[in-house]
Write a protein that binds this ligand. Structure first.
Ligand code: GDG
Length: 513
């Protein structure tokens, strides 16, 4: 964290750092006339808040809380975190119609299913598309206001803003624009069904640097551009040149803040008694799942695997429980609402089939749990189950590993997550294969302590060393390189991957059991 802070200050010189994301990191709301704030359940905000805390700057986002307008200054700004201000949040207001067309419509009902191989058909609606562009322009105007006449590095987040980079670049060619795409990039064959695919690519090529979680996503993107537009693809430097502008395309796998896990450490023995009473867990072993309720997360597959496991191993009745946190998400979309209902029904069916007065195999908490609560579950679990059908990275897998300084517990992890490429000591599974899932859960519940320790040690080495600060440092190092090249225009192809970010010392492993 300190290294990132000093490094950013030195390298950005006088340039402002502006992050643009749809989701704000802190939401203010009224609860029974009381003003409260909370942090939303979102991988993106979990990852970026610690970075902004370390570097300072401005986060531009949609103000979505019902008390958000009442706490900002006349320029729609507020210092955050509310209890320990260290950077500025600039809120952007959207009408209901804009939120519907841009967020629920084009971003989440079109681009989200288009980019994830989860077999949900994307919706293509020209009205949503028009509003998406309109809202991207609205955000571009706000960013330009925040930048003023100064130099700036604009760090755009995700699939909500595919058109924004081109809009910014046209208005201010001198800005350095970096974009992190948090979800997978699909194959050309999948992407080209979108009637506006060429326009989306043009918008994204307004970036100086476009980053994905994995090299696989980068290659898919480069191939999509190659087969759609007149552009020069440079496979050696992973760059696209078009109309005199160059966009670097790089893989930067995102991660978590390990210090966050340390900060949440509590008296585990006391917590364990409390939690076991609260969820009526008795003495059974705990498997935990933590997700937004989203069809890409493979939660029904996880529940069915519990069913399969109990059929294959009836002796496990009463011996374990899957506690699934399902934070409601995008509930205005019918696919999401009905998924929540289906999960409630499925959990009931399986509990009816195997459970009794004393014990239920699945506890489904269809609610948002606070981050300390999530951390406690990670600490108490024998295993964490991540069964996404497709996921850019999946931070839950890395959070679980970061939480286990006791070197206990094992991770069941879908091979279709970005995380599976790094956490090779997890029990890697195909979530569509119920027998494989049930077997992985069985191995997880019966793994020896020595094997848990060996696997967890290696996974922790990876997550603690490649943490969120290193992610931000390496990505911003690439951005600074672009910035410096803009001052001394290329050709100057002396790129090495993130060469200017210094090597980080690894964190100490292990600790209190
Ligand atoms: C996108 C990409 C990529 C979940 N429920 C609760 C809660 N959470 C927190 C988790 C974790 C975050 O939300 C979810 O992160 P993921 O990475 O698993 O997933 P997405 O939200 O889909 O994120 C993903 C990510 O962006 C980052 O680039 O990894 O692939 O889809 O932090 O702990 N947190 C709390 N209560 C909950 O009920 N407090």
């Amino acid at each position: 964290r300190e290294l990132l802070e000093t490094w950013v200050r030195q390298r950005l010189h006088e340039a402002k750092l502006i992050v643009v994301a749809n989701r704000e990191p802190y939401i203010h709301q009224y609860v029974d006339d009381r003003l409260e704030w909370y942090q939303p359940a979102s991988g993106l905000t979990t990852a970026l808040d610690p970075v902004l805390r370390a570097c300072g700057g401005t986060w531009v986002a949609h103000g979505s809380g019902n008390a958000d307008r009442d706490v900002v200054d006349p320029f729609d700004r507020i210092a955050v975190p509310p209890d320990q201000p260290s950077y500025t949040l600039r809120r952007v207001w959207l009408t209901k119609e804009q939120e519907q067309g841009y967020y629920y419509g084009f971003a989440n009902d079109t681009l989200w299913p288009l980019c994830h191989n989860a077999h949900v058909r994307p919706k293509f609606d020209s009205h949503d598309w028009a509003i998406y562009r309109q809202v991207n322009q609205h955000f571009a105007n706000v960013v330009l206001e925040e930048v003023g006449d100064d130099p700036a590095l604009v760090f755009v987040q995700d699939y909500h803003f595919a058109m924004l980079p081109r809009m910014l670049k046209s208005a201010r060619p001198d800005l350095t624009i970096v974009h992190f795409w948090h979800i997978p990039w699909p194959s050309f064959e999948s992407f080209r069904i979108c009637p506006w695919h060429a326009a989306l690519l043009d918008g994204l090529l307004g970036n100086d640097l476009l980053a994905f979680h994995t090299r696989y996503d980068c290659n898919n993107f480069l191939e999509t551009v190659d087969r759609t537009l007149e552009a020069k693809i440079d496979l050696e430097f992973h760059a696209v040149t078009r109309g005199g502008q160059r966009t670097l395309v790089r893989a930067h796998p995102i991660s978590v803040d390990p210090e966050h896990a340390d900060a949440l450490a509590v008296d585990w023995k006391f917590e364990e008694r409390r939690l076991r009473r609260r969820y009526r867990l008795g003495k059974c072993k705990l498997l935990v799942g933590v997700d937004r309720v989203d069809y890409i997360k493979g939660i029904p597959e996880r529940f069915r695997a519990v069913d399969r496991l109990l059929t294959l191993h009836p002796s496990l009745r009463g011996q374990f429980c899957l506690l699934q946190v399902g934070a409601p998400s995008r509930v205005h979309l019918s696919t999401y609402r009905s998924l929540g209902d289906d999960l409630e029904r499925l959990a009931d069916e399986i509990n009816w089939k195997y459970g009794d007065e004393e014990w239920k195999p699945i506890v489904f908490l269809h609610e948002h749990v606070d981050s300390a609560g999530v951390h406690r579950l990670y600490r108490l679990a024998t295993g964490c189950v991540v069964s996404s059908l497709h996921d850019g990275m999946n931070l839950v897998a890395k959070e679980f590993v970061a939480a286990r300084s006791d070197l206990r517990g094992s991770l069941v992890l879908s091979e279709f997550t970005g995380a599976a490429r790094e956490l090779t000591d997890a029990l890697i599974v195909n979530p569509y294969d119920l027998d494989a899932m049930a077997n992985a859960m069985f191995r997880c519940l019966t793994m020896s302590e020595a094997e848990q320790e060996a696997r967890m040690f290696r996974m922790r080495q990876r997550v603690l060393a490649h943490n969120i600060f290193r992610w931000a440092g390496k990505l911003l190092a690439d951005a600074v390189q672009v910035q410096e090249e803009q001052r001394t225009p290329w050709p100057n192809d002396n790129h090495s991957d993130s060469g200017v970010w210094p090597a980080l010392p690894s964190y100490a492993l292990g600790g209190s059991r």
